[in-house]
Design a protein around this ligand. Structure first.
Ligand code: SF4
Ligand code: SF4
Ligand code: SF4
Length: 247
């Protein structure tokens, strides 16, 4: 099985999961054709599956992601940057030129798209691995399933269910805000298991009931839920922004 690992606008943190499952990858004898962070010899030819980290943020990246799609049977986006646009999509809610000139003294030299967008805004995507960073078990689920000729199974239900399965007490009772009811499961309910509220790094479930959670937050005196959602890793996820901005 030929694999490619690609990076766009991101911090490289999700690619670390490949090193965490390196023993399993060796056992499966997968052929990593392209992975700049891990090896010096790389081939951009044909991939059974390409993993893409990072958002699309420059004109060159827009061209490159289309080339990757053409050469790949399957494409999996990994992490909140690739799935939703990442924390860098905060600029999508601001004046682009104000942001550019506040960072660079000579913004005329910078070639950048006005918005940081998810990969799925540009190409068809087969699998989404959520999180900031991703969970290595979910990465292994995709690779081992395809290796065995099966379809990977990734949860689409809310994090609250994961809490219930593991018997973790709800942090709302402790007076702590939690986005678990609108956040997709898959992390193992890490934050609630340490008595902390989920801040939504795995991103939204399909059709999240934001209004209901807003009421829960108001009833608990937690304040405006939108300040949590709209300033986070997944602020530009389509479930929060609607479909009207797709190119
Ligand atoms: S999703 Fe988080 S860990 Fe992954 S590349 Fe983006 S910022 Fe880094
Ligand atoms: S702690 Fe959060 S994720 Fe867990 S059940 Fe309560 S609201 Fe849901
Ligand atoms: S509990 Fe929420 S914030 Fe914490 S790791 Fe899981 S999805 Fe991310």
């Amino acid at each position: 099985m030929k694999i490619g690992v690609f990076k766009f606008a991101s911090c490289d943190g999700c690619q670390i999961a490949f090193f965490e499952i390196s023993k399993e990858l060796i056992k499966m004898d997968v052929d990593i054709q392209y992975f700049l962070e891990a090896q010096s010899e790389n081939h951009f030819d044909h991939f059974d599956i390409s993993f893409v980290e990072g958002s699309i943020s420059t004109p060159e990246q827009e061209e490159r992601i289309k080339q990757i799609r053409e050469k790949s049977k399957k494409v999996a986006v990994i992490g909140a940057c690739a799935v939703s646009g990442g924390i860098q999509s905060v600029r999508n809610f601001m004046d682009f030129f104000d942001v550019l000139s506040s960072v660079y003294p000579s913004p005329d030299y910078i070639k950048s798209l006005e918005k940081s967008k998810p990969v799925s805004d540009y190409i068809d995507v087969d699998y989404e691995l959520r999180g900031c960073p991703i969970n290595k078990s979910q990465l292994l689920e995709i690779i081992s399933s395809l290796y065995l000729g099966k379809e990977p199974v990734l949860p689409s239900y809310p994090l609250c269910l994961e809490c219930k399965i593991k018997g973790i007490p709800c942090v709302l009772i402790l007076g702590k805000p939690c986005l678990g009811s609108i956040t997709v499961a898959g992390c193992g309910a890490i934050c609630p298991s340490f008595s902390r509220g989920c801040y939504g790094c795995f991103g939204p479930i399909k059709n999240p009931n934001i209004q209901s959670l807003k009421e829960v937050f108001e009833n608990h005196g937690f304040g405006d839920i939108y300040s949590h959602i709209l300033t986070g890793f997944n602020a530009y996820n389509r479930e929060f922004r609607g479909n009207d901005e797709k190119d």
